[in-house]
Write a protein that binds this ligand. Structure first.
Ligand code: AMP
Length: 462
């Protein structure tokens, strides 16, 4: 509100890429926590545009650094004269920028105006606070984000929490036990995170003794797997999915359950909670086929998902001509494929680039991952498309086996075939190949890093 643009730096990028984002955004002032000074020292050559470095620390005396610091935040604040009033800006003035994390290539900058953030905040509160019971975010909640600020302003939810005036808890580093302890001690009732973080928290033995019942958690950034949803429900957690992108500020849909749906059996609930959900107010979504025609809302026919909303990034930073192809005729291309049912509830079936096309049939890598993860032999899994001279592509499942698993490759193939027999998966899914790996690489925000997986495993596969 002083006219500066806030760039929340993605500190999980490699130092070179992080330096690139600072130089590309032409950052002028850096506010840095003492923890990250060594990282900043490492990329000092990228700080050409930076005029001031302000330190954030509780112990200024003990600090040693070769960087020239311009002061400590609290001390500067104490010595400053508050602005009598905020300057008047056009509501379209840029407020924030940050870089997408490279699930699909080099980091790209997106940016949002004050107007866009305010509209996203209002619509988010309208959506989250108006559901009668399930996943409702209200004035008496205690809020703790478990999504970094650099990931779309922690999904814009801190703004909503501030609008509602709720108590907010900021956890620092995401250590599962610390999170569980904070939830317990501060009586946290509302959070959001990517599936990996929730999985960490629910499988860490040190967290097993904490009562997490009643905790409401929006899971987004990637599909909420059924197995994870079930584990969370078993612990009494009110878990549900949200969907969006860096480019969309981010929230587009939420998988809230109505009062009536909340009384349905466990299996139905899991199906509803793991869907991608319905559009927030002021969001229009459409699904189109290759000819640009909208596909039917039959929950079966996938189409490329496009979106309109008043808070989408106008372009990537410094790409006003849209060389990246983000927009088509006033619609933003999400790069995701989805189906929609007649009630308007969306189900992402794939990133367009991740769709596995086997003999002309689409196999959803997300669905296959979800099914593989339901087998007790699989601790973690990711599915990528493997070029195949006969079928075009076939699915390659990279699976981290559990230590106690017996013949996990054979068992998982058998498990997949069972789902084909039951008609859950298309018959082409029997062509899946399983390869055991030690770990699945993740991007800086905890998503499966399919770029790396493709680079590492595709040519070595034969
Ligand atoms: P990012 O910009 O890094 O947040 O990535 C956005 C992408 O994450 C989307 O385009 C989707 O492919 C994926 N994504 C986010 N939320 C979900 C969800 N609930 N289900 C499936 N995919 C999701």
């Amino acid at each position: 509100m002083m006219g500066a643009v806030l760039h929340t730096i993605n500190i999980r990028l490699s130092p070179e890429r992080m330096g690139h984002t600072i130089a590309h955004a032409e950052d002028k002032v850096i506010l840095v926590s003492a923890d990250f000074l060594p990282l900043l020292e490492q990329i000092r050559d990228s700080l050409g545009t930076v005029r001031r470095i302000v330190l954030l620390t509780d112990e200024p005396q003990t600090l040693q650094t070769s960087l020239r610091l311009d002061g400590e935040y609290e001390a500067l604040l104490a010595g400053s004269v508050p602005l009598p009033d905020f300057p008047n800006f056009d509501e379209n003035t840029r407020a924030t920028t940050f870089y997408t994390t490279g699930t699909t290539g080099q980091p790209k900058g997106v940016f949002f105006s004050h107007r866009q953030i305010v509209l996203h905040t209002l619509a988010g509160v309208a959506a989250l606070a108006s559901n009668p019971v399930q996943g409702r975010f209200h004035r008496e909640d205690v809020y703790m984000p478990i999504t970094p600020m650099f990931h779309v302003h922690a999904w814009g939810i801190p703004y909503m929490a501030t609008l509602l005036g709720v108590k907010q808890v900021y956890p620092g580093k995401y250590v599962p036990e610390t999170l569980a302890r904070l939830i317990h001690k501060e009586k946290v009732t509302f959070s959001h995170c990517v599936p990996t973080i929730l999985h960490m928290l629910l499988t860490d033995p040190k967290c097993a003794g904490y009562d997490l019942s009643g905790w409401k958690v929006v899971v987004g950034g990637a599909a909420l797997p059924r197995a994870l949803c079930d584990t969370a429900l078993d612990r009494g957690i009110d878990v549900f999915a949200g969907y969006g992108m860096s480019e969309t500020c981010p929230i587009l849909t939420l998988s809230h359950l109505s009062g009536a749906e909340l009384t349905s059996d466990r299996e139905t609930q899991t199906s509803l909670r793991t869907r991608t959900g319905k559009a927030m107010p002021m969001v229009r979504l459409r699904l189109i086929d290759e000819a640009g025609q909208t596909v039917p809302d039959d929950d079966r026919t996938p189409g490329a998902l496009q979106v309109r909303a008043p808070w989408l990034t106008r372009s990537y930073l410094k790409d006003p001509e849209d060389k990246a192809g983000l927009w088509s005729e006033g619609w933003m291309n999400t790069g995701d494929a989805a189906c929609r049912d007649s009630a308007g509830s969306l189900r992402i079936t794939d990133r367009t680039k991740d769709v596995i096309k086997t003999g002309g049939e689409w196999i959803s890598s997300l669905e296959l991952e979800d099914i593989i993860l339901r087998h007790p032999a699989a601790a973690d899994a990711a599915v990528i498309a493997r070029p195949d001279p006969r079928w075009g592509e076939t699915p390659l499942a990279l699976v981290v086996p559990r230590p106690e698993a017996v013949e996990p490759e054979r068992e998982i193939v058998r498990h997949v075939k069972e789902f084909v027999t039951r008609g859950v998966l298309p018959k082409e899914a029997v062509l899946v190949r399983v390869r055991l790996v030690e770990a699945i690489p993740r991007t800086s925000v905890g998503k499966t890093d399919k770029l790396t997986l493709r680079a590492v495993y595709l040519d070595k596969d034969d």
